[in-house]
Design a protein around this ligand. Sequence first.
Ligand code: PLP
Length: 410
Amino acid sequence: MDVDLTLSPRVDAVKPCKTLAILDQTTALVKAGAPVIMLAAGEPDFNTPSVIAEAGINAIREGYTKYTANAGTLDLRTAICQKLKEENGISYTPDQVVVSNGAKQSILQAVLAVCSPGDEVIIPAPFWVSYPEIAWLADTTPVIVPTSISRNFLMDLKLLEATLTEKSRLLILCSPSNPTGSVYPKILLKEIAEIVAKHPRLLVLSDEIYEHIIYAPAVHTSFASLPGMWERTLTVNGFSKAFAMTGWRLGYIAGPEHFISACAKIQSQFTSSASSIAQKAALAALSMGYAGGETVATMVKAFRERRDFLVESFGELEGVKFSEPQGAFYLFIDLSCYYGAEVEGFGVINGSESLCRYLLDRAQVALLPGDACGDDTCVRISYASSLATLQEAFGRIKKALVALRPTVPV
Ligand SMILES: Cc1ncc(COP(=O)(O)O)c(C=O)c1O
């Protein structure tokens, strides 16, 4: 008997994660022996700091290997509340926090918990690849608010105002931003808050996962700390980026109990608690001092040097445009001056995807096409790699771009 291969329409609505697609292509090239440099992943190159790793190992040794409370251990949620109070100026109780298997899960659960089918989720572009797909998965409609490189990829408030309707349920803010590295100044967040306050149905999901990876004088502001915003804000954070803990899978959400207990309810039927071992490790991460202490500061210093190198190097290429990243570890760079070039044996480069395929093929450097982030003029370079690797990558990229004989001279 033939098997009915029909899939849920939900699957068709969602695009596969482009970062993972590039990773597969790159892995195939590496397997074939090509010396590919991978600058497409959103993952620090550092190892998890040893105090955190030791705490995880001890958890296993001490038999701390059972389910925990669904929302996370009281110890960890209490430590998260303390961190949010001290570092972010926002007060929560442990009942207002849910710990999940990564911030990605926290975001999906939040969208599922607060949005009804047909609601609109407002997403400024360029965006982290998963936001619109999460919106689709939750039977909501992502509404994209474009920004421009000339305004440092920060939202135009008039455009935001014009976009909001009675269907707008959730505005997703990401600062410092993946993929642009932009950081919203407090004054602009306050203006956004004033607009949000005019829309009774509108909530804000503030994704602050890159908060510690920020370059002075830029300063991080938590949206929930702004006047009148605590009641409407779901604050998302996690351990993957600042603490180099991507594989531990640990993130969290904090907000008013009414919404957070709904997230917990979904989690209780979905994955139950996050890993008991990762939770012990996260507790150790939060005891490393303010903003992760010296260990995190050392990683941030390295990210800053790498940013400075890329900004200086790409700054010398004529026709290329970017806004200097103030945080995170990505450079989102407009290489559209090379579009239209025809390459023998390759074809025409007509957008960010074909440019990335070209750079992978000819320079053997893997980057993320900007169209995955809602801006086809750009590509995203992750600088979570050593300075030596970035120097080598830049040399290769430059050579490959020069070979395109651009309309604008290099
Ligand atoms: C902006 C942003 N939010 C959330 C996440 C998810 O992080 P995790 O699920 O590893 O905690 C990522 C990971 O790339 C990210 O870039």
